[in-house]
Design a protein around this ligand. Structure first.
Ligand code: SAM
Length: 381
């Protein structure tokens, strides 16, 4: 079943959390010269036109990246994320939103490797087109690859199945992002099984999993299941932007679960998440939770025993509820069918130049339905 199109959700609050955290994970890897692999098992189209038919249908970005767009008081880590998007939109009007592959392309360095998987025929074509255009543009600028082999490989295929062949990566450094649609409840199990196998092959990798918090049992139990995986440490951050609606529609919360996170991540999130909650709060139910720990021992009967997180930091609004910080309409994801994983509705990046020495302009392919003029995209780091 391949009905999910990320273009409907581009730039929503879940993307904000996922992409801001992903940038920080990549920046941590950037601190050492040794090359790394960025493996995106569920890549999507790479770039989204927010004025395209899909993204504008529910305009989920209005309650995601929207409230951050013009803020001038962003904490540095959020500014880095917003600046990357600002650089794609040099006119100042927010028209394009990056997917995780584009973000990785901008933040990773010339000698790092991007391995991108996407199963949907239309989105895998858009993804390949986007990266072909970026390469063509680089060639036009006279920029030639400085290392052997392809920096970016786009594969139309099953990311769950393809991951194992890439592990361990040659340099023994990698960030793996696993971000499936979860429309099929099997995705929860597939994520866990894929990670269990990946950790055997490459125990030292950093693995980041995005997941929705929904009524369905698989979703509610998901984080606790991931805590059983045999990694070094884990970190789980959840962003809730509003009180769940009685009809169960709409995505109110999502999480990033990270296996083997950098030690810098938790203190950074403690600093930044209160700001993010306030900025994206739709009502007094907005909050975040942040917990970390080591793998939960399994009892003989296969059930998890009591877990002992290393630290737990409650979201600000859990203890001191926020009043609605903004008068944001609540209906963005309201038309999502029940039971789907995501509501299906109807060097720091710098503005003005690439930090990785890669070219500055390319034309993105988007959801294929946006026939409006395409704007150049700045490449940064
Ligand atoms: N990671 C992207 C981002 O942050 O911009 C968004 C990815 S979207 C949530 C999930 C994508 O996974 C969809 O484009 C869908 O077509 C694709 N997909 C679904 N099942 C897949 C599979 N088994 N392997 C690879 N891609 C898959």
């Amino acid at each position: 079943m391949l009905s999910y199109r990320h273009a409907f959700h581009a730039g929503n609050h879940a993307d904000v959390l996922k992409h801001f955290v992903t940038i920080q994970l990549l920046q941590y890897l950037n601190q050492k010269d040794t090359a790394y692999s960025y493996i995106d098992t569920h890549s999507g189209a790479g770039v989204y036109a927010l004025d395209g038919t899909f993204a504008s249908k529910n305009a989920e970005y209005d309650t995601g990246i929207g409230p951050l767009w013009e803020r001038t008081d962003l904490p540095p880590e959020l500014k880095e994320y917003v600046d990357l998007i600002r650089a794609m939109n040099p006119s100042g009007k927010m028209r394009y939103y990056p997917g995780s592959p584009y973000i990785a392309d901008q933040v990773a360095r010339e000698h790092d490797r991007l391995r991108l998987f996407e199963l949907h025929p239309a989105d895998s074509k858009l993804l390949a087109d986007n990266f072909r255009k970026l390469e063509e543009h680089a060639a036009e600028q006279g920029i030639r690859p400085t290392v052997r082999g392809k920096r970016v490989l786009v594969t139309r295929g099953d990311g769950f199945q393809s991951l194992k062949a890439l592990l361990p990566p040659p340099s023994r450094r990698a960030l793996v992002l696993i971000d499936p649609p979860y429309e099929d409840k099997q995705d929860y199990k597939k994520v866990k099984d894929t990670l269990a196998e990946a950790l055997v092959r490459f125990p030292g990798g950093t693995y980041a999993v995005w997941y929705p918090l929904l009524q369905r049992m698989e979703s509610r139990q998901f984080a606790d299941k991931l805590k059983q995986l045999q990694c070094g440490e884990w970190l789980n951050v959840v962003l809730t932007t509003h009180t769940p609606q009685p009809d169960g529609f709409g995505l109110h919360s999502s999480g990033m679960f990270i296996l083997n996170p950098p030690y810098t991540l938790e203190p950074m999130l403690k600093q930044v998440m209160p700001y993010l909650v306030k900025a994206l709060a739709k009502d007094s139910g907005a909050r975040f939770t942040l917990e970390s720990g080591t793998p939960t021992p399994l009892r003989g009967n296969g059930m998890a025993s009591t877990r002992t997180p290393r630290a737990a930091a409650p979201g600000t609004s859990r203890n001191a509820p926020l009043s609605a910080a903004r008068n944001t309409p609540l209906g963005a994801a309201r038309n999502a069918p029940a039971g789907t994983g995501r509501p299906t509705g109807p060097g720091a990046p710098r503005a003005g130049g690439p930090a990785n020495g890669r070219p500055g302009v390319a034309r993105p392919a988007t959801d294929g339905r946006n026939t409006g003029p395409r704007r150049p995209v700045n490449r940064q780091k």
